[in-house]
Structure formats: structure tokens, C-alpha cells
Design a binder for this molecule. Structure first.
Ligand SMILES: Cc1cc2nc3c(=O)[nH]c(=O)nc-3n(C[C@H](O)[C@H](O)[C@H](O)COP(=O)(O)O)c2cc1C
Ligand code: SF4
Length: 409
């Protein structure tokens, strides 16, 4: 039997080495108000790095302005380079690595008519856009081959920009219902060409993007992929989740982060607990309406338990030898050790580090055994407030003024 890996030991990830196996997962920070990479955002990630994690993932760095879900999201382009550089410098000062989650919303966008450049949001397939009920964009545009080539170019440009800004890694988002996920899942992908049909064909475009990004930056940066192992009823099931991992491995991804569920159709499968009823009271009425629509399809009483994605993730672990990060409800030393015993190479943590940025340091020092985060998900609603994503229990909100000042100013 293979020896159990110590979570505090270094990890080789493609061309980079992480100091330990704790990765801060992307948690939309809500600190890029008006799209600027702010002092608050930079400080948020510096605190994670100082708190002991090996790598901090900057959530939702859009590949273009049309690729944003909300206006308050940063775009990885020449305009944001100097600000992102301040952020990565801050993370490096504490010995950690910085990863940029690169993504495009596709039809999962709340951008209004005046903001979205394209006349219809792009997706794998055309037709009625259910999120258009809140954004006013009722129809999606099926991507042509030329659109796909241009989109892959966008991902490459964003990855190159991340490298220039000092990031050590990029995480390509193929999950949760954003554009690439709209190819992976049969809930959105109704194509009959080489990019639709069974899971192998639905993966063809996401794999093209991954291969192009690996070719462009994979010698200098780690290239991770986050995806959803399952999507809920009528969506991908775990056999498809395993097939996705095999394709990512064959294409040479340096690590897969094993998430679950889609934002609209199955969000509690992502969080292992319900969103709070108060989410519909978001300060942005459009987003509040979107969250209310989403809550209609959610199972009512999802009981959180630690490592709630373990059974699914173990099946993927059995399907591939590629490096895998376990994600989903890691809240304690026991949960970390279980993931290591299960053969995962790293753990990715969201809420335990939103609750307290020092979780990893304190665990290593032996001063705590578990996080007191109760998985209430009220931090998810916080991202729409001026302070941005923070824990309502530990009250660690960012000074709102810092979220509106450019990091490099
Ligand atoms: C406030 C908040 C915002 C999130 N935003 C993102 C995001 O932008 N991108 C992403 O891939 N996942 C996002 N997630 C999901 C987390 O990365 C993670 O997959 C999920 O919270 C489960 O991990 P955990 O149990 O360690 O929190 C978010 C989670 C939270 C709590
Ligand atoms: S608000 Fe705090 S306690 Fe609730 S899920 Fe978020 S981090 Fe955990």
C-alpha cells in the first residue's frame, strides 16, 4: 500500500513546487468593484498566503469583458496587469503561490443589454436562455467554429497575461455552469457536430482550450482545471465525471480540482448545504431575483457533512493517476487526513479559509483541530455587498473603501 502523504509536505505541480498541499479555492471575492483589481482584493489574498496555504486562487478572472458574470469582476487584460502584479507580489512575500481562475460566463451572465457587447450571450447551443429572465437576454447564441477559435485565443491571452502579472498557475474553469461547462454538460450542450453528443465529444472544445493554454504557458505555470463531477438529474453522472478526468489527464493538465454541481440547476451539490433564504435579498435586485429563481429548483434540506464529495471524488480517484485536489467540506485535521489517506494530492478549501485565513497555519501549529465554519453559506451573499466576501460569524469583512481603490494606486 502507498504511504500516506503528509498534507504539510511540498507538492510538485507541473513546473512549480507548492510548499504544502493546501490550496485556497476560488471564492468570488466581490472585491473588484466596477471591475478593478482593488487593494482589498490584493490584501485578501495576501492574508490567505500569510495564513499558511500554499496557493491562493483568485476567483473568476474573466477572459474578456463579455466573459464576466457581473460587472464587479476583473478581466485579465493589459488594463489590470499592474494591479494583479501588486496582488501576486503580496502573495509571494509570504512564500505562497498565486493562481488565477480563468473563465468566461457564456450564457451565465447578469450583464445587462447596455454592458454586454455581443447581441446574444454565447453558449454551446442556441435557444432560450433561462437566465435571460433576469438579464433581459432571452436568447443564447450557438458558437460557430470561428467563435470557438476566438474563444480559445481569449483563454490563451488571459493565461499569458496571468504569467506576465506574476501568477504561478492558472485554473481553467470547466465547472459550475460557465461557458466551458456549458459544453461539458448535456443540460446545455445539444450540438450534433463534433462538439456535442456523448461526453467524449462534449469535451472536445474544453480540451482544445486546455491544450492551447498548456502549449502557451504550461512550461512556466501550473495549469489546473476545476470541473463538476456531476450536474444533478439529467446532467452528467459520475461515469461522465470519470471520463472528464481521463480526458484532462490525457491532455496533460497538471491537476484537476473535483467540484460538483451547477450554479443554477444544482448549487447545493456544490456546497453540500443550502443557500440561506436571505440570499434573495441581495443588494442587487437582479441578482436577488436570479438567486430566488435558482432556489426554486434546490432540494430543501441538504445536511452538510465534512468531505461531502468524498464518495464521488473517490470514484474519480480510481479512474486516473493524474494529480487531483479534493474539494468539498474540508473543515478539520481529520478531513484533511482523510483526503490524504484517500490518495488525493492536495486539498482545496473555500469556506474554512473564508472563515479564517489562518486555518492552515493554526492547524500546522496544533492550536486548532477544526474550523467553526457552520456551512451556512451567508458569505456567498456577502460578495454582493460593498465589503465583499467575508464570514458573518468571524466578522472579518474588508474595509469597503479598499475594494474601490486600484491595487497599484
Ligand atoms: C463565497 C463563495 C464564493 C465562491 N465563488 C466561487 C468562484 O468564483 N469560483 C469557483 O470555482 N468556486 C466558487 N465557490 C465554490 C468554492 O470554491 C468551493 O468549490 C465550495 O465552496 C466547496 O468548498 P468548501 O466546502 O471548502 O467551501 C465559491 C464558494 C463560496 C463560499
Ligand atoms: S458565512 Fe462564515 S460560517 Fe457561514 S459558511 Fe461562510 S465562512 Fe462558514
Amino acid at each position: 500500500m502507498a504511504a500516506i502523504v503528509d498534507a504539510f509536505s511540498p507538492l510538485q505541480l507541473g513546473p512549480i513546487t507548492l510548499r504544502n498541499r493546501f490550496i485556497k479555492s476560488a471564492t468570488n471575492e466581490g472585491m473588484a468593484k466596477g471591475g478593478i483589481v482593488s487593494k482589498g482584493l490584493a490584501l485578501f489574498h495576501e492574508r490567505i498566503a500569510a495564513g499558511g496555504a500554499a496557493m491562493s486562487t483568485v476567483a473568476y478572472c474573466a477572459t474578456s469583458r463579455d466573459g464576466r458574470t457581473f460587472v464587479d469582476q476583473a478581466v485579465l487584460d493589459a488594463d489590470s496587469l499592474a494591479d494583479f502584479r501588486v496582488l501576486t507580489d503580496g502573495v509571494h512575500r509570504h512564500g505562497a503561490a498565486a493562481s488565477a481562475q480563468i473563465t468566461h460566463a457564456g450564457s451565465f451572465t447578469f450583464l445587462d443589454k447596455a454592458t454586454l457587447k455581443a447581441s446574444r450571450p454565447l453558449s454551446s447551443s442556441g435557444g432560450f436562455n433561462k437566465l435571460g429572465v433576469v438579464s433581459g437576454r432571452f436568447w443564447k447564441q450557438r458558437m460557430t467554429k470561428a467563435d470557438m477559435t476566438a474563444m480559445a485565443d481569449e483563454f490563451v491571452a488571459a493565461a499569458r497575461c496571468a504569467r506576465e502579472a506574476g501568477f504561478d498557475a492558472v485554473e481553467i474553469h470547466m465547472g459550475h455552469g460557465y461557458l466551458l461547462s456549458q459544453f461539458v454538460t448535456p443540460l446545455y450542450n445539444k450540438r450534433r457536430d463534433n462538439y456535442g453528443g456523448d461526453i467524449e465529444r462534449r469535451m472536445n472544445f474544453p480540451i482544445e482550450v486546455l491544450s492551447r493554454v498548456l502549449d502557451a504557458v504550461g512550461r512556466d505555470m501550473a495549469v489546473l482545471v476545476k470541473y463538476s463531477m456531476t450536474d444533478g438529474p439529467k446532467g452528467n453522472q459520475i461515469d461522465e465525471g470519470m471520463a472528464v478526468a481521463r480526458r484532462l489527464a490525457a491532455a496533460g493538465a497538471h491537476m484537476a480540482v473535483l467540484s460538483n454541481g451547477l450554479n443554477v440547476e444544482s448549487i447545493s451539490a456544490m456546497f453540500g448545504s443550502n443557500l440561506p433564504k436571505s440570499s434573495a435579498k441581495s443588494p442587487n435586485p437582479i441578482i436577488g431575483l436570479g438567486m430566488w429563481v435558482q432556489s426554486l429548483s434546490e432540494p430543501k434540506d441538504v445536511r452538510f457533512h465534512e468531505n461531502y464529495l468524498r464518495d464521488l471524488a473517490l470514484q474519480v480517484r480510481g479512474a486516473t493517476d493524474m494529480p487531483l485536489a479534493y474539494i468539498g467540506g474540508v473543515q478539520s485535521r481529520h478531513g484533511v487526513e482523510q483526503a490524504m489517506r484517500d490518495g488525493f494530492d492536495a486539498v482545496a478549501l473555500g469556506r474554512a479559509l473564508v472563515y479564517d485565513a489562518n486555518f492552515v497555519r493554526d492547524l500546522q501549529a496544533g492550536s486548532i483541530e477544526k474550523s467553526l465554519c457552520n456551512a451556512c453559506n451567508r458569505c456567498v451573499t456577502m460578495m454582493y455587498y460593498p465589503q465583499g466576501t467575508s464570514c458573518v460569524l468571524t466578522r472579518n469583512a474588508m474595509d469597503a473603501a479598499l475594494n474601490t481603490q486600484r491595487a497599484s494606486a
